[in-house]
Design a binder for this molecule. Structure first.
Ligand SMILES: [Fe+2]
Length: 308
């Protein structure tokens, strides 16, 4: 029998009174996948409350096309209605692109879309009305599969813009940040989504993702050293205890150091199933006090200045 695959979707499409043309699934507390709402049946107020409290909602892979068509229309409508809400549109578009990219990391079309997303993000971030808080509000509200990659890109691009990087360099940085965890698409998803501590064997598997991501980058035809280095070395630590190459200090390429700071910051401030989110202040404090051997403190200080 063919086993059914489920794909995470953007749950903000679900509103009270809506009925969808595809079934919506959720994980139960004992990790069983259950159909929460069949197609054609309206979501009630109570359903919406349950959806809001769930970390992730899913559709069956077979119905993902229907979802994508719906989602595209939804994004278009959103563009028309809320022209003043550009960050939200950018964010939703990025989620969609990232879902496709992680589902099929070798597909050139998906990679090309991710490059467009970086430009869209840069436009949003350089917009006069942009505040990093507006994007953080969306991010902390709605944590699902690839939110992390998008958040890291947003922080990295904001930091890069704050550091007055040239547009071309910003583009490269955004791409590296968006793709930094692409290698995880090739690691057993049971390990990637596991709640709580990993065993030594599982950690060993997870650690492969930076090299796998680098190789996927080469497969996609990326030949920019900055981008490839950012992906490959984003888990190196300043004191040389990171992986895969135990690089130290400024032997760690700049993009990798930037991504590392943003990666840790997002992990601390985002809501996950197994822990609560820290405030920006708590996260920065913890990074300053306990991770000053791991992250580039100068970059961390720049990030603090940026948040101010
Ligand atoms: Fe990573």
């Amino acid at each position: 029998m063919k086993s059914t695959k489920y794909l995470a979707i953007d749950k903000s499409i679900i509103t009270e009174g809506i009925s969808l043309e595809f079934n919506i699934f959720m994980l139960s507390s004992d990790k069983e996948m259950n159909c929460f709402k069949e197609n054609g049946i309206c979501f009630t107020h109570d359903d919406k409350v349950i959806v809001d409290s769930a970390d992730v909602v899913y559709v069956e892979e077979d119905q993902h096309n229907e979802y994508e068509i719906f989602y595209e229309n939804f994004s278009e409508e959103l563009k028309d209605i809320k022209l003043d809400h550009k960050p939200a549109v950018t964010y939703k578009h990025a989620s969609n692109v990232l879902n496709k990219l992680f589902a099929n990391p070798e597909a050139l079309g998906n990679y090309e879309s991710s490059k467009e997303i970086v430009n869209e993000m840069i436009d949003t971030i350089l917009d006069d009305d942009f505040t990093i808080k507006s994007l953080m509000d969306i991010a902390t509200h709605d944590y699902y599969t690839h939110t992390h990659s998008i958040n890291v890109s947003i922080y990295a691009l904001s930091l890069g813009a704050y550091m007055k990087m040239q547009p071309e360099t910003l583009s490269e940085l955004g791409e590296a940040a968006l793709l930094h965890d692409l290698g995880k698409s090739k690691v057993d998803s049971a390990i990637i989504t596991k709640d709580g501590a990993l065993t030594d064997r599982e950690f060993h598997e997870v650690k492969k993702h930076s090299d796998i991501g680098y190789k996927l980058g080469l497969t996609l035809g990326i030949n920019n050293k900055n981008i490839l280095d950012g992906i490959r070395y984003h888990h190196e630590k300043m004191d040389g205890t990171g992986y895969p190459s135990r690089l130290k200090d400024h032997d760690i390429p700049l993009f990798a150091r930037i991504i590392a700071v943003c990666d840790i910051f997002d992990a601390l401030t985002s809501r996950r199933t197994y822990k609560g989110a820290m405030s920006t202040f708590e996260a920065i404090k913890l990074m300053k006090l306990e991770m000053n051997n791991h992250v580039d403190v100068k970059l961390l200080n720049k990030m603090i200045m940026m948040f101010r």
